[in-house]
Design a protein around this ligand. Sequence first.
Ligand code: TNX
Length: 537
Amino acid sequence: MKQSILTKTAIVLLCLTALIACQEKKKPINFPATDLAKANMIPMPLKTIPTNSAFALDKNTAIYTTESDNKFVDVGAFLSKKIKTKTDLDLPVNESRADNVERIIYINQADSEELAGNEAYQLYITRDSVIINAKTAEGAFRGIQTFRQIIPETSNDTLTDHKMWLVPTGKIMDNPNFGYRGSMLDVARHFFSVEDVKKYIDLLAYYKMNILHLHLTDDQGWRIEIKSWPKLTEVGGSTQVGGESGGFYTQEEYKDIVKYAAEHYITIVPEVDMPGHTNAASVSYPFLNGNGKTPKLYTGTEVGFSTFDANKDTVYAFIDDVIREITAISPGPYFHVGGDESHVTSKKDYVTFVNKVEKIVHKYGKRMIGWDEIVTADVDSNAIAQYWSSGKNAKLAVQKGMKVILSPANKAYLDMQYDTLSKFGLHWAGYVPVDTAYVWTPEEYDGIPLKNILGIEAPLWSETISTMEELEYLAFPRVIGFSELGWTPKENRNWDNYKIRLANQAPYLDRMNVKYYPSELIDWKKSKYTYKTISKD
Ligand code: TNX
């Protein structure tokens, strides 16, 4: 502790000396006026106060962080890496010998009372320094995403003899509206590789999302290795929708995803969908099956025909193993049990099943999430209902004192087609153009009291998509709007303003090689992609 204060003081002195030295040598540059409030930030921060000058990010800028907490150092290294990708500048992190330093970015652990929660941060940008204050490294991580977004795409090469990226000055005070801001990937209908999932994590993190829900099992595929039941992946993971070969994550690969997500302050929510959507498991181990038929591998897209047998102890012993193995490698607080569309499970069996499985989830120290149907069982108030279709179930959840995650299909389903011309996606819940996905108010949804809303999640089901390019077509740009719906309070949200900020995401998305859907509602800045590039023909 003592040492860190000393280091801090030393750094500050060093920087002051450097600054003074340089001020003696150089006369101040007159920067063009800037406006931080008009920067292309998504999600829009809680409070932004522009001061209209510029911080010149250049080769003489250095990053320093609180060093007593390694996680702050990691945040500094992350920022340096991302600045390199965007500008090609190599900014040193916590380098004590930095003779040429003229300006600093300081990522600071601060205990100010103004920093309300773990994800809160303050960003102070002046001509000479950028200070990011946060209580936790998580808050600092959210803060540096804002900083990444306000670094202009192009440098100013005319003010001095080298390149400078003129970052608008001002203050930002920020804190998310909802603590749960997520997206879901269905890796069961079509399998997506570890690399694909990591790319999705990179993108979610840039927009301050903090949850990635993985739908790991369904009728068409079982995608996570369970060591005590190896046939789940050998048999159940062997195929996918359309009949191509499937795939699965070994536990090592899954752990790698969890670790990568944690490095981006994203929690993985694993889902094993049951008692319905279980054909792949029942083909692997037929004793699990409860629909009276002989299960066969399934590569179609109809749902609602499968169920576990809710009246066999061996089924619960199996589920205990599955939940034990998955929770052991999932450090997050949640386990998602699915529970949707169990059309061939009797009401009585469904209730028995959900109640028993909830106990297993608790036994392994996790909080249960289920699709909204789970509220029809006798669930604990600490369970969480994910609202996808039934307002009636949502009301019941509220009566039971449960929290609700909002994923109403006609707004939040990333697999809904944009319009009748969309090449991928379904439309059972309607068409969801980019404005429909953004212009709604989760804070006031369907009479659910705000205190019951844990947050929002945009699920991407994969019946109609099998490549990353197709995934990106459906998820982008809509998922970006969800980041703002989850983070920014409604007073700061406005479609006309959002539209401009979204148009200006094109250079970032292009750099990330994201094949987003170039919706005609948006006046994309330098968009490279057209409908043709993702044609399946
Ligand atoms: C409904 S949402 C489902 C999924 C499908 C999806 C397609 C939910 C809990 N169940 O099984 O993939 O619609 O949009």
